[in-house]
Design a protein. Structure first.
Length: 208
């Protein structure tokens, strides 16, 4: 995807949600993804049923409070968000999501603007959810110390925070499993990224 095409199909929808994309600025050593955490890793969060009054407003307010209290933002309100690699448009993202396809997600650095709507316009962009009020995303502090995840279930939305995912035995075990998973269905790029991060960690290089 070219720069102009990415700006039109990805950056503009995110900006309408209040996120300014900062290209090519992911800190080196950032762990490739956070999966496999257990209940003992969860340090906080919230949930709301779909029938909650003024759902999007409540979700936005609680997300911001959680982001601030957990330390997701830096002093410029910048953080990382995972965006599907190769997503060409809102429609393409939705089609992949509904077909059960899995695209490797890569971290992108963003800045929260003064006017934002993560759970409404952000979720409706298909990059941060299914549609307004139905978010689905992974976010991480620039220093890797905080991971915030939103997901939708049958009856409502859950948002949780994991502190220092790089110290979680569950997360590290999942990364190791991903790096070794040998199957025709394995995502080769994710395997390589997991293996590279683990190797850097083992060598004592700067990492998160």
């Amino acid at each position: 995807m070219g720069i102009q095409e990415r700006d039109r199909k990805v950056c503009r929808p995110l900006r309408r949600a209040g996120l300014q994309v900062i290209p090519n600025a992911v800190p080196p050593g950032t762990m490739p993804f956070v999966r496999g955490y257990g209940g003992e890793d969860v340090a906080g969060g919230f949930s709301h049923r779909y029938d909650t009054s003024r759902l999007v407003e409540r979700l936005n307010a609680d997300w911001y409070d959680l982001a601030v209290s957990s330390g997701l933002f830096d002093h410029r309100r910048e953080f990382l968000v995972q965006l599907p690699q190769g997503t060409r448009s809102h429609r393409a993202a939705l089609q992949r999501m509904h077909s059960g396809g899995h695209a490797p997600a890569l971290w992108t650095r963003v800045r929260l603007l003064d006017r934002w709507d993560i759970m409404g316009r952000g979720a409706a962009s298909a990059f941060l959810g299914v549609h307004s009020g139905h978010p689905g995303f992974g976010m991480m502090a620039l220093d890797g110390s905080v991971y915030v995840c939103a997901s939708t279930g049958e009856t409502g939305i859950s948002v949780l925070v994991v502190h220092h995912p790089d110290r979680s035995e569950n997360v590290l075990r999942h990364l190791e499993w991903t790096s070794r998973y040998d199957s025709p269905y394995a995502n080769r790029e994710e395997k390589q990224r997991a293996a590279a991060w683990l190797a850097s960690r083992a060598r004592g290089l700067p990492g998160r």
